[in-house]
Write a protein that binds this ligand. Structure first.
Ligand SMILES: O=C(CO)[C@H](O)[C@H](O)COP(=O)(O)O
Length: 222
């Protein structure tokens, strides 16, 4: 079994009857969602809150009942992937462009489980360019302010060279910082820039990381 499948399926074991569950986005949590679909068919009673249109489509296809944030006060659990996880449990997310909804849903959840294959674990964040969601108006100026924080921002493009548009109608700038020594400070500083909607640094949110160590599923908690 590949690592993504092993950690993704393990996370589904934390979901119990009557939970409201945040459903993340990406190729690792995909396996969690498939497993939950199977369990729902076998009688598990849950309601899911999807973090993207892509996840919403998948969840509907496999029969997971869905609700929106307007219908709930909080979520019991959110499960999602990550692009990088450091040893303080800080994350870079947003490789799939869903970081804004992912962060809103993680913040609304009592527990946030991260599913990450062994390649995602790093000492220091930053080798993976940090995704930042920005409004389209004046994005060039927003990028200039980001550059002043020490990164090289690139507008995310599709294969046909048109800009990638998020589910919220915004652009993504992928910002190469090399090394992010103080992720919390950077998270706050980026969000102070006019035009920035949200960035992919997730600090102090992770309840548990499910990963692979010595070819075995391994769980780490802060
Ligand atoms: O943040 C994300 C999407 O916005 C994903 O969780 C992250 O990119 C990891 O994806 P994958 O599991 O496909 O490696």
């Amino acid at each position: 079994m590949v690592e993504k499948q092993a950690v993704g399926e393990k996370a589904a074991e934390f979901v119990k009857d009557d939970m409201i569950v945040g459903l993340g986005t990406g190729s690792t949590v995909y396996y969690t969602i498939l497993k939950l679909g199977e369990r729902v068919k076998n009688g598990l009673r849950i309601q899911g809150v999807p973090t993207s249109k892509e996840t919403e489509k998948l969840a509907r296809q496999i029969g997971i009942p869905l609700v929106t944030l307007a219908d709930v006060n909080k979520l019991d659990l959110a499960i999602d992937g990550a692009d990088e996880v450091d040893n303080q449990f800080a994350l870079i997310k947003g490789g799939g462009g869903a970081l804004l909804r992912e962060k809103i849903i993680a913040k609304a959840s009592e527990q946030f489980i991260v599913v990450a294959d062994s390649t995602k674990l790093v000492q220091t964040l930053g080798a993976f360019p940090l995704p930042v969601e920005v409004v389209r108006f004046g994005w060039e100026m927003t990028a200039k302010h980001m550059r002043d924080l020490g990164c090289v921002p690139r507008l995310r493009l599709l294969e046909d060279h048109t800009p990638f548009i998020t589910d919220n109608g915004n652009y993504i700038m992928d910002c190469h910082f090399q090394e992010i020594k103080r992720p919390h400070e950077l998270e706050v500083a980026l969000n102070m820039i006019p035009g920035v909607v949200e960035n992919g640094l997730f600090n102090h949110m992770t309840s548990r990381v499910i990963t692979i160590r010595n070819q075995q599923v391994h769980m780490i908690t802060p």
